[in-house]
Design a protein around this ligand. Sequence first.
Ligand code: ADP
Ligand code: MG
Length: 638
Amino acid sequence: MSPSKNNVNNIPMAEDLIHLLPDSVANQIAAGEVIQRPASVVKELVENSVDAGATTIQVRLTDAGRTNIQVIDNGKGMSETDARMSFERHATSKIRESADLFSLYTFGFRGEALPSIAAVAQVELRTRRAEDELGTVLHIAGSRLESQEADICPVGTNFQVKNLFFNVPARRKFLKSNQTELNNVLAEMERIALVYPEIAFSLYHNEVELMNVPQATMRQRIQHLFGKKLGQELLTIDVDTSLVKVSGCVGTPESARKKGAHCFFFVNGRYMRHPYFHKAVMEAYAHLIPQSEQVPYFLYFNVDPSRIDVNIHPTKTEIKFEDEQAIWQILMAAVREVLGRSNMAPTIDFDVADCPDIPVYTTGDNYPTPPQVSVDTSYNPFTQSRGSDYKRPATHWEDLYGGVEGSTVGREIRFDAPEEPMPWDDITPSTSHDAAPEEPHLFSSDTESPYTFTDCYQYKGRYIVSSTPSGLMLIDQHRAHTRILFDRYLKQLAEQPAATQGMLFPEMVECSVAQSAMMETLLDDFLHLGFDISNMGGGSFAIQGIPEGIAGLSPTRLVTDILSSAMDKGSMPRAEIHRSMALTMARSAALVVGEVLSLAEMITLVDDLFATELPAYTPDGKKTYVIIEDAELDKLFH
Ligand code: ADP
Ligand code: MG
């Protein structure tokens, strides 16, 4: 639009509708976007203090911040000119300095915070740089500079924001109860404190200390903020992919709770809410915790800022990623891996009281030779006490392990005399220094500890009873076996096919159209599980070979069950379908209640259980064992 001829002197004429808003009004409008409540003031001021290189930041509030918000830092401070300039719209010192630190912001929101705050409150700024003798004290209210003078101040910056929204009654009414506003402030403080453990933060409300965390490491910071107990229930995560780098901590399954779990995502140093990624984390625990519960997590993403949607608002915490699905997968896999790696079992301390000292592993030449152990594997101390007429029913239990790598059946274990040398060959690294132990063990190398189950006992064909120093351990044999088989089947599905035994008379499975289509895609997976199946056309499939270890089960029934469990997960990633198939098969093939086990079988079962990655739980999250502590036992006798 061309300027009106009649308006050369900038005098508004009746027909001119467009005119510039006075600065104070423009600032108020902008302030409405950036400053909505005391928590927004705290966030903006504290972030500025962080940017100013402060190592100590103190926040003091009166009436949840309605009457007074003070943020004091020991950062680099401002010169006299900068102090004045900082309240100008779009005045910022940061775009050149740290374009990537907050590159999540649209640049449009740079330099908005201080003018916005000054538009809706009475602000006092006291600031001094180390190199200046005197600092600057400024008073601004409703965007109007009221005074500026030089004065003695400590190095750093001290902002005092009084009577927030004093000139915008509508906004003031919009504020919630003090408790709610205070909670919002605390939440903002936590989000910032979790990103900068190297900075000490404190928060006082009406002179009462609500938060005071010293400089610390990330793990310590979490503990300082949320308590020691939570700190002990965390597992460290660290993955680096070309798309995203994720670090931080997730809770153990034990840390799950119905509500109030502390769940935090940060991206490039900024807090974000991300319900979709939250699901990815929870999915990793799918079979480990009850569905209604949540685990705490503190996860820090680092991504190329160009791969996230920068068109976001400073007060918004949702962020859009370009590669959401891929990151979902990476995140879930990473959490699952950590859960697996951090064998939950070391929480049990197995009986070592009667064991001789373990030879310390050294890399030198004088590596001690493990004691030779001679073993009578057929010896069973229980056979006599059980009576001579005892005959173990044929369970074909060992068959389950036949031909499976890593099987421990027939391993040399001495059952008698616990005072005798223990089977060190199973515990200590093998004699060849650089040969990795062949099997995973209950104790990872840094916590390696000998253990033995020489005193196993089977109770009612259902539980295996053993002793640990802290108490009596009861293992549910069906669940334990389900865990072992699940891991094994999952491995077969991912890696090598299992051996299959040809059937004399193939069994037929009849499928609907949808089932046939699914079946066709699963034939290879079935082969990995040990089922040799051919498509005969017309919805008929012939089972020509079955895996070992499913004696007594109906192959057609099993195949149909596995098929429907796979169909339930039809649209899920392949790995989920595999888990579902493996679980169905493991549940069917696992030892049932009432199956009597020999001592060797029990020991193998227990050993195999603790060689799995998550021995404490079945794949669907049920406990495989419990420990009744000695103290509890003692109580029973009172
Ligand atoms: P932005 O943070 O986007 O730059 P602000 O309005 O929040 O915009 O701050 C404006 C400028 O004021 C900053 O760029 C910085 O130079 C200066 N500033 C604000 N707070 C502090 C502080 N606590 N210490 C030193 N300088 C500060
Ligand atoms: Mg700022």
